[in-house]
Design a binder for this molecule. Sequence first.
Ligand code: SF4
Ligand code: SF4
Length: 375
Amino acid sequence: MTIKGLTQGTPPSLGLQGAHLGSYSNDDRKAERMKKGTPGFTLVDYAFRDAALTTAQASHSGRGQMNSGFYSWSPLGVTNKPEGIQKWEASPEEASRVLTKAARYYGAVDVGFCDLDKRWIYSHTYDGRPIVFEDVDEGYVTREKAVLPNSHKWVIAITVPMEVEEMMYSPAALNPVSSMGYSRMPVVAGSLAEFIRGIGYHAIPCGNDTALSIPIAVEAGLGHVGRQGRLITWKEGPMVRICKIFTDLSLTPSPPAPKGIIEFCEVCEKCAKHCPSNSIPLGPRTYEGYSEANNPGAYKWYCNADTCLGYWREMATSCAICFRVCNFTKPPGLSHNVVKWFIRNIPQLNRFWVWADDLMGYGKMADPKEYWQKP
Ligand code: SF4
Ligand code: SF4
């Protein structure tokens, strides 16, 4: 069976994913690191990390390659609603429940829903084509523009997991978790989009492309924006990647995530203190960003993406120290759940938990020499 769309969409000549990868981790930089012989930066470690991106890259989905691979804006032809069968009719509540169940089966950690706010949509594609809305049933992308249908008024925010154990080797190359997350995203978003098409509706699955993922995830109740500028969830902390789907299937907005994460970040500052490029601010939130990579006007902590990327180039990896040291980066466990209960309910103890986290030695870099010896 031929699956439509796997090689369609963004023209290959644009090379979006390759261009981004090459910007901080091309072969020359990797070879330099390997020659230095630093543990965690060996040929084996880089190959381990890079191979985790196999599903994303080999399916032409990348980190969010618009309208390509599993992120195709057109049906892939995997599900087909037979002629003469009416589309599935359900209340928004029931549709939300069914989609949540399906998304979790396909590999989501969490799922939330919200109404579309057009301010989240990027003004342009990565290569400068405008993204516009039109009265059409199905979204499409041409060499001139990307068109989202006005009927796609609902957004599904989906998180996929990243592993805590491997994250502890950051900023070494021995950290495949982001790449593995990018490989999980198109599988979950693409499968759920095809499921929605199979019941008679339209769906536009996206990775990092087309719209800002973090405000969508926050609005869909999956978490809050932490000091490091990433989504922090109660269940997995920052250890998730986000994908999303725009659809004309009516869905019920999810309730906001419980408060407490931002209040904790206000007293914590651990990521800011450990960031090697000083890209994460100390002190209170602001409305101002650092560069055109920031979107000013929201009251939050702005990460300086330019200096962050500069450090990625220096290391020839995507760093992620701020993920490693975050107090919310913890494996599942009763004791961590108890601490989170206190953070949610008795914020007066937050400083104590920050102190205790350091005392327990959480967030220290693990020894890369030991990883491959472990069973
Ligand atoms: S990825 Fe590294 S350099 Fe970038 S903000 Fe996080 S700690 Fe700083
Ligand atoms: S390290 Fe602390 S301040 Fe930074 S995001 Fe995590 S909890 Fe918030």
